[in-house]
Design a protein around this ligand. Sequence first.
Ligand SMILES: [Zn+2]
Length: 423
Amino acid sequence: MKKHFYALAVASLALAAPVVAQQRMAQQPALDQLQAVQNRNCATMDVLQAQLATDPAMAQRMANIEAQTRVFEANPTARRGTSATVIIPVVVHVVYNTSAQNVPLAQIEAQIRVLNEDFAKTNADASLVPAAFAGAAANTNIQFVLAKRDPSGNATSGVVRRSTKTRSFSSNDFVKYTSKGGSDAWPRDRYLNLWLCNLGQGLLGYAQFPGGAAATDGVVCLYSSVPGGTASNYNKGRTATHEVGHWLNLRHIWGDATCGNDLVSDTPTQQTSNGGCPTFPKVTCSNGPSGDMFMNYMDYTYDRCMYMFTTGQGTRMNALFATGGARAALLTSTGGIAPRTALSSAPAYSLFPNPATDVLNLRQGTTSVNASVAVYDVHGQQLKNVRYDAASGQVDVRALPKGIYRLAINDGQHLTQRSFIKE
Ligand SMILES: [Zn+2]
């Protein structure tokens, strides 16, 4: 089943599934929608295989991260203090082709809230964890905040909105490039990049593991998977929880192999992915009596049926933030801190001649000033009969009696006051 989706997801291998391709040409919209509601489908491992094939050095980078993780796991004193919470600034790239895909801020904020609850074990459904696994359920001490400062240091809402002509994206990472109809990543050492877009081929999302390229670092989710979205059974925001888990180096809980290894010690070995909402216990791979941990965020179950990370998964993720960890730079990111409101320095205007008899010229450098200008007398009365012509940059002062006047120049960002004399 996964190979089938692999062929769909990786365009370069499309020739591996000619029959499916023909079906898609005939009934693409229906097929996309059908797959989207039928089963969770995450392309993270497919993307990883494709990246390893084109970037041979990536395997060594991932091996180094794995070695650092092993050292961290084996040495509790090397771990960050349990009280220290990592706060990760998030930039959400909303890449939309239709207004429905232009996810409102309220739903983006709800998504961040779900991430924070799930990673802190404050999710309401944490109480549903079976007693057999309750001891393993963990607060990971990792939290998320919409960026308040952009890479240039300016204030931001943490949301980048880009209209696109692309009706449907795939796991080929085009959504991560403005030049390809998407939105360029912000620096990964300061932000988690989260793209929301219309993913085709029944994909709910995919992530890039630590060790990949900077330009494509982050997480992509189907726009309708956010809380309150239209992806039935997958619209409580758990796709982002799952994908951010990958971004923080978690593997699928079944280890992407039959009775495989997810590199975490306190998750049971299980035969394969679970879908829908299994009944507890579901015993496979001799993992009785408690069976599969199908309620783990790294399985493939419905959003309402997954509600825990384990202590071991939390430790694995936190290794990235230890000294030498692959994502440790995020600890010193200021992306989540609003920039101090800069005291705007007044523009350097020049007024001449001063004193003036007929016209007063207003310049910024050598150009006329595009601003609204009001003239006041010494009593603070505005003189409505005095006009400023922005095109010529001149104030006609012929109608003014001799005296001292004040000019208020408002360019939309600064209000600047200057005095002049009419002779
Ligand atoms: Zn996944």
